[in-house]
Design a protein around this ligand. Structure first.
Ligand code: NAD
Length: 481
């Protein structure tokens, strides 16, 4: 295996690197199955300690001049950029995505720090018209200690999108990264130290998820839980947080519709679909998962899609091809089960669908990028998130039919459609019950725009001007002269 960069493998609490009270566990490279290193593990005790230190650091950090908080956050952003190659290599080795995609993610993390640094200085309140001799003001105050729990699929950016606005607002944080990908989190923590973030302002704990999650959600000192992950775990954390009435944000699963209308630019739609679907091997909450193509253009679109598939290559993460491995064997079996279920019920695989044969892929959960046609509602893939490299094609005839079908999902995160007709663009932008709509584009996630879902995809927004508001409360101040 390519040499893994030096990264601390301990918990990061109150600015110190500490061993946990539990046995260390190994982290593996999903491309090769090789062990990367052991990682320290804590549990309830360390989480409680980290919360106490975060609480101790809160008053000082909240009182820090917003301009100074912004300076430190910009510094973190700049350090991420300076360390981009190293951070990307860490990510690719522990998570599996192709190296150039890791670089894009690391840059996106830096963008979140830079954007939210500016938001620290623009968290404007309001002066409200008041009777004479009165002054009504609204000011935004930081909530306090934030517990952040993040998934493995974007091990850097999911953290950046939470803690950059939290720190910008004046909150302090305890982060629990996913167990498969802790090194990306710890490498960020190293940069916090270098940037001069005061001790205790950001802490990272690893260990048994359920223990850490329980402490974060039930400890009354924690005032906010921000979670990205599966709907099932999100529901559990939301329930647990109710005991202490925390403010909660949930970025959960998705099952994005992607609609190709008869007036679409079919080349643009086909190439956009291929680029977006195979990003991170389809392990993306906003990945297009139901591809609705209007009957009159279905044949032509499918031909263009299959042509574009010729550019899609499988490789070890480090080889930097289009797709790497899935995160683990369970993930591959889930994709294979969806394909089997669909083909048993009459769908046809047009491309891929098998494990790649090359010997070098024998030790990782690889699967060929796949196009499958003839998907119907009775198939699991129609309603259940795939989280893998599969393009499922569904034919439709009318606008009303596809509007209803696209909204027929428990999820409501991202949606996309391709059309050049202004009436359709207007109608569907409004009709789609999703937190995000991409029209003739897949680029729906950037620091400037609010990211988040509705329905079982959760609530709360990250980035945009909305992001920082998840970490503050509005205080109303009424003054009489
Ligand atoms: P997951 O829910 O299994 O895990 C997410 C995090 O929660 C991990 O850190 C995990 O260790 C932790 N966790 C698991 N059980 C826990 C418990 N009982 N208490 C506390 N923490 C617990 O999800 P995953 O497999 O890591 O990620 C994939 C899912 O995340 C997909 O459903 C995907 O759609 C979703 N996701 C959503 C977004 C979004 O922004 N909406 C972004 C990325 C991923």
């Amino acid at each position: 295996m390519m040499k893994f960069p030096e990264v601390n493998n301990q918990l990061f609490i109150n600015g110190e690197w500490v061993d946990g009270s539990e046995d260390a566990v190994a982290v593996y490279n999903p491309s090769t199955g090789e062990k990367i290193a052991d990682i320290a593990q804590g549990g309830t005790k360390e989480t409680a300690e980290a919360i106490a230190y975060a609480e101790g650091a809160f008053a000082g950090w909240a009182a820090t001049d917003p301009k100074e908080r912004a300076r430190i956050l910009h510094k973190i952003g700049s350090l991420i950029e300076e360390n981009l190659d190293r951070l990307a290599l860490i990510m690719t080795l522990e998570q599996g995505k192709p190296l150039s995609q890791s670089k894009v993610e690391v840059q996106t993390s830096a963008d979140s720090f830079h954007w939210n640094a500016e938001e620290a200085r623009r968290l404007y309140g309001r002066a409200i018209p008041a009777p004479s001799e009165h002054h009504f003001l609204t000011v935004y105050q930081p909530l306090g200690v934030v517990g952040a729990i993040t998934p493995w699929n974007f091990p850097s950016n999911m953290i950046a999108r939470k803690i950059a606005p939290a720190l910008a607002a004046g909150c302090t944080v305890v982060i629990k990264p996913a167990s498969a990908t802790p090194f990306s989190a710890l490498a960020l923590a190293e940069l916090f130290v270098e940037a001069g973030l005061p001790k205790g302002v950001a802490n990272v704990v690893m260990g048994k998820s359920s223990d850490i999650g329980k402490e974060l959600t039930t400890n009354d000192t924690v005032k906010k839980i921000t979670f990205t992950g599966s709907t099932e775990v999100g529901q559990l954390l939301n329930e647990q947080s109710a005991s202490t009435l925390k403010k909660v944000s949930m970025e959960l699963g998705g099952h994005a519709p992607f609609i190709v209308f008869d007036d679409a630019d079919l080349d643009q739609a086909a190439t956009s679909l291929v680029t977006a679907k195979f990003r991170n091997n389809g392990q993306v909450c906003v990945s297009p998962n139901r591809i609705y193509v209007q009957k009159s253009v279905k044949k032509e679109f499918t031909e263009k899609l299959l042509e574009a598939m010729k550019t899609v290559e499988v490789g070890l993460g480090i080889e930097d091809k289009t797709v790497g491995p899935l995160i683990n064997e369970e993930a591959r079996e889930h994709v294979e089960a969806q394909l089997k279920d669909a083909t048993d019920k009459g769908a046809t695989i047009l491309h891929g669908g098998k494990r790649p044969e090359d010997e070098k892929f024998a030790n990782g959960p690889f699967i060929e990028p796949t196009v499958i046609d003839g998907i119907t509602k009775d198939m699991d893939i129609y309603y259940v998130e795939t989280f893998g490299p599969v393009i499922p094609l569904i034919e439709f005839e009318t606008d009303d039919e596809v509007a209803e079908a696209a909204n027929d999902s428990e999820f409501g995160l991202a949606s996309y459609f391709f059309s050049k007709n202004i009436a359709r663009i207007s109608r569907f932008s409004s009709a789609l019950e999703y937190g995000m709509v991409g029209v003739n584009t897949m680029a729906i996630s950037q620091a400037e725009t609010p990211f988040g879902g509705v329905k079982h995809s959760g609530f709360g927004r990250e980035n945009g001007t909305e992001g920082i508001h998840e970490y503050v409360y509005a205080k109303s101040v009424c003054i009489h002269d």
